[in-house]
Design a protein around this ligand. Structure first.
Ligand code: ATP
Length: 335
């Protein structure tokens, strides 16, 4: 059995509670992984005096694959967002978030099968903010042709490889004519090279309306950074909430897998968080490292437990704890 070495960032808040059982499930799925575990964010600051310890960055640089729980960046000056730093340092330019109904998970809509492709490195997340004069702040939205073309190509290549039919570029180019205009133009230019994939564009407010009215009409959504962040949470709400949506941050050389949800401090330490999102992120990671059988085993067991509906966490209307839910998946895998 091939041995993989993967960087692990358990994260904080509910991160460690959902990560611990997930690691056991990954092992039970039959993969041989040596985890190289590191702190990041607020916990790392206490121990290493930095939110992004060098050991963690070196580990990910070397291993090239990471599984990460949610990480809180301390509020205050001088702390760059850990998530943003990781994405920018390793050029993880594509954030891929599959938003799909899960068996047994009550949701507002059925047959939702959306792919959110979010540009991960620029836009308003460039972190270039300053005070113009007291009382007036400015934040720069950087959009480049290079990054917009690269993410558009990623979306079209993904659509081809995964038999998706159409892509909608989401923007506000009617107002931000230069920045969003460039993003849209790059997407449009790219669409010319992929004649078999349908292409349309949607103004972001209309995209939100369409998603809430009937998300089944949409397929792959291509968005710049901030719209991607907001629309992902909205879309998660259509299929059962943040507890069930995974994400991958992909670059040309490195890949980091995580849940869409944050550290959920309101439910931290209560053993009630839903580990589904991180389990599904782990399954995406297993596919990425060519362990498709183990990924399928993990997903099949998860789906079976969800579909039976006897052992669900509170966010899904049940009363099971995180560990009871994970144990049920484990038993399912052992069957
Ligand atoms: P961030 O700004 O860090 O992305 P957020 O604002 O998206 O975080 P979350 O921490 O994701 O916020 O939490 C939003 C809500 O969803 C909270 O009420 C939280 O309890 C709930 N939630 C998030 N993740 C889960 C989970 N895995 N299981 C159950 N509830 C969750």
């Amino acid at each position: 059995m091939k041995r993989h070495r993967i960087t692990l960032i358990p994260g904080d808040g509910i991160g460690p509670e959902v990560m611990k059982p997930t690691l056991k499930l990954i092992e039970a799925a039959g993969v041989n992984i040596e985890w190289d575990s590191h702190l990041a964010g607020a916990d790392a600051l206490k121990k290493h005096r930095t939110t992004l310890p060098k050991q963690m960055m070196d580990s990910f640089a070397k291993n090239r694959v990471a599984l990460k729980g949610p990480v809180t960046t301390p509020v205050g000056e001088g702390f760059a967002s850990v998530n943003v730093e990781l994405r920018q340092s390793f050029d993880l330019y594509a954030n891929l978030r599959p938003i799909k109904n899960l068996p047994g998970v009550k949701a507002r809509y059925e047959n939702v099968d959306l792919i959110v492709v979010r540009e991960n490195t620029e836009g308003l997340y460039s972190g270039i903010e300053h005070e113009v004069v007291p009382g007036v702040m400015e934040s720069l939205k950087i959009i480049t042709e290079k990054a917009s073309t690269r993410i558009a190509k990623f979306a079209f290549d993904y659509a081809v490889a995964n038999r998706r039919k159409k892509i909608a570029a989401v923007h506000k180019a009617n107002i931000m004519k230069l920045t969003d205009g460039l993003f849209l133009q790059c997407a449009r230019d790219m669409s010319q090279k992929y004649k078999r994939i349908g292409f349309s564009d949607l103004i972001v407010d209309n995209a939100c309306l369409q998603l809430v009215l009937d998300p089944t009409r949409l397929d792959v959504l291509l968005l710049e950074n901030l719209y991607g962040d907001i629309v992902s949470d909205l879309a998660a709400g259509l299929v059962g909430g943040l507890g069930v949506v995974p994400g991958a941050n992909l670059g040309d050389t490195h890949a980091l897998f995580e849940s869409v949800h944050g550290s959920a401090p309101d439910i931290k330490g209560k053993n009630i968080a839903n580990p589904t999102a991180i389990i599904l992120a782990a399954a995406m990671m297993l596919d990425y490292i060519s362990e498709a059988k183990a990924a399928a085993r993990l997903r099949t067991a998860l789906h079976a437990v969800l579909a039976r509906g006897e052992c669900l966490t509170r966010d899904l209307g049940g009363s099971a704890s995180t560990s009871q839910f994970a144990d049920a998946i484990r038993r399912e895998m052992e069957k």
